[in-house]
Design a protein around this ligand. Structure first.
Ligand code: PL3
Ligand code: FE2
Ligand code: FE2
Length: 231
């Protein structure tokens, strides 16, 4: 097994670390910004949950501010152009679904896929984060579980009529997550985050979410296999 440096050996000020951080930090800032916008847009599709969704969107904007502070603390300038491109496919799919009023697809993209991606990333980052970023990330990850829960509860209550759209949205969007993970692999490694651990944590969160919504183990295996297909 490959020996990863322990946290006390990580040089948070090395050029390699800071260069990788300029992209990963930007991805997280952009992800939080898009989540903020997505929950506001979701509130328009689900007026009966408007207050709750606006509350979630405000949490996302706090997360964004927290991660901006993490970058400043390491004297890193986030590469926001890179991050916008990183999210562009999921962004486009969310916007298209929203314009068509497809709330199930919007919830799958934001509340399941993006939140599971964030939870996996933050869980794997926590043990190797600098002390400042660790404190911020600990607070954030707790919130993300509550965002995932919102999606699970709504989709569980509407499972029968949502099932076909969920399958289609999963087939379209899960391969994109794989592409994103491959794009971030090298930078993540420079922050001492392991890609296999990211994939494992993501699949556990996502599989559990699908199970809570009402999918069978057999369904979950089939849905997960779409992740392995190329975009
Ligand atoms: C929704 O609340 C937040 C969306 C953020 C998505 C983040 C995805 C991060 C993938 C990059 C992996 C490295 C994470 C490092 C953590 C600072
Ligand atoms: Fe967030
Ligand atoms: Fe979130």
């Amino acid at each position: 097994m490959q020996q990863l440096p322990t946290k006390s050996e990580i040089d948070f000020q090395s050029e390699t670390y800071k260069d990788a951080y300029s992209r990963i930090n930007a991805i997280v800032i952009e992800g939080e910004q898009e989540a903020y916008e997505n929950y506001i847009q979701l509130a328009e599709l689900l007026p009966e949950h408007k207050e709750e969704l606006i509350r979630l969107s405000k949490m996302e904007s706090r997360h964004k501010k927290g991660f901006e502070a993490c970058g400043r603390n390491l004297q890193v300038t986030p590469d926001m152009q890179f991050a916008k491109e990183f999210f562009s496919l999921l962004h486009q799919n969310f916007q298209t679904a929203w314009a068509e009023g497809k709330v199930v697809t919007c919830l799958l993209i934001q509340a399941l896929i993006i939140e599971c991606f964030a939870i996996a990333a933050y869980n794997i980052y926590l043990p190797v984060a600098d002390d400042f970023a660790r404190k911020i990330t600990e607070g954030v990850v707790k919130d993300e579980y509550s965002h995932l829960n919102f999606g699970e509860v709504w989709l569980k209550e509407h499972f029968t009529e949502s099932k076909a759209e969920l399958e289609e949205a999963n087939r379209q969007n899960l391969p994109i997550v794989w592409k994103m993970l491959n794009q971030v692999e090298e930078d993540a490694r420079n922050l001492v985050m392991d890609k296999d651990a990211l994939i494992e944590d993501f699949m556990i969160q996502y599989g559990e979410a699908l199970s809570n919504i009402g999918f069978t183990t057999r369904d979950i295996m089939r849905l997960s296999a779409y992740g392995l297909k190329a975009v």
